[in-house]
Design a protein around this ligand. Structure first.
Ligand code: GUN
Length: 288
């Protein structure tokens, strides 16, 4: 079997066109443009590239966006005060604090400060809690992007066995909640898991989100499984590597995502969708 490629760039392009069209209607109905505020702390080159990409995405669909680029020495209280100001700013519908943050900043407390209705990353405990309770509101972008990719396949996921490798707060855990909500039976493997290979081998859907190149060999994959690679590691010559041994696994899986060009563009689409969704509910509330 040779897997079909889940081309995130192509799917994202079509979803971006849908967002543009929705935005036209939104403006025709007399609303202002959705507004995204990004806070970037310090000079981490990877974070600067991500933020530039997010800004470009906003420009491309026609959203209003601002970036507050702060010194790496910013204090916890300064950062919290800035978030409070953005929470109260009616021209801003979505707030994103780019991570990682410097070590002296308590990242959990920063996320707690963001108004859950403006939490377009879907990182806030309130939004994760709603997803756990089967009442999704603003959903974490990477897991949501993966679900958009799976929807593209268009098969019935209810009852499928899914294995997630990696149990991070921002990807692995909300990914498990998304797949559970879709009716899958979910196993989440993490650093204490015994015999990961045996567990992954049972799965119809495998999502790897570790960030360790070549972690997932073909021997772990059930023939015909759907394989989603969230891992992204920059290697020599700036080359990007996923977690999955793509060339070998593609001969066993039914569908597989490439790295780059698989999950990455879908995460960015989910961010745009969340910003529009936040604008709809925020601007709707302002009119009350
Ligand atoms: N750092 C890397 N990816 C992300 C993301 O999706 N959101 C935030 N806030 N920080 C990130």
């Amino acid at each position: 079997m040779t897997a079909q490629i889940l081309d995130g760039n192509r799917i994202a392009k079509s979803l971006r066109a849908d967002i543009r069209q929705e935005l036209q209607q939104w403006q025709a109905d007399g609303h202002r443009l959705p507004g995204l505020a990004v806070i970037l702390v310090g000079n981490d080159p990877a974070s600067e590239i991500y933020v530039k990409g997010k800004r470009r995405d906003c420009d491309e669909v026609g959203f209003h966006s601002i970036v507050q680029h702060l010194s790496a020495n910013v204090t916890q209280s300064d950062l919290e005060a800035r978030i409070a100001a953005l929470n109260a700013d009616d021209s801003i519908d979505g707030i994103l604090v780019q991570t990682p943050l410097p070590d002296h900043i308590d990242e959990d407390r920063i996320i707690d400060c963001i108004d859950p209705n403006k939490d377009i990353d879907g990182f806030h405990a309130y939004n994760i809690g709603l997803l756990a309770l089967r009442r999704p509101a603003l959903r974490s972008c990477t897991p949501k992007g993966v679900m958009l990719l799976l929807e593209h396949i268009g098969c019935e996921f209810k009852g499928m066995d899914a294995a997630i490798i990696g149990a991070s707060n921002h990807v692995g855990r909300p990914m498990g909640l998304e797949l559970l909500l879709a009716g899958c039976t979910v196993t989440t493997a993490h650093k204490f898991t015994r015999d990961i290979a045996a567990k992954v081998k049972l799965a119809d859907i495998v999502v790897s989100a570790v960030g360790k190149p070549n972690l997932v060999p073909p021997e772990w994959i059930k023939p015909g499984a759907i394989v989603i690679d969230v891992g992204i590691t920059r290697g020599d010559n700036n080359k990007l590597h996923g977690d999955v041994q793509f060339d070998a696994v593609k001969d066993i899986a039914s569908w597989i995502t490439p790295v780059p060009g698989g999950v990455g563009p879908m995460t960015r689409i989910a961010l745009l969708q969340n910003t529009l969704q936040a604008a709809r509910s925020h601007q709707g509330r302002l009119k009350l």
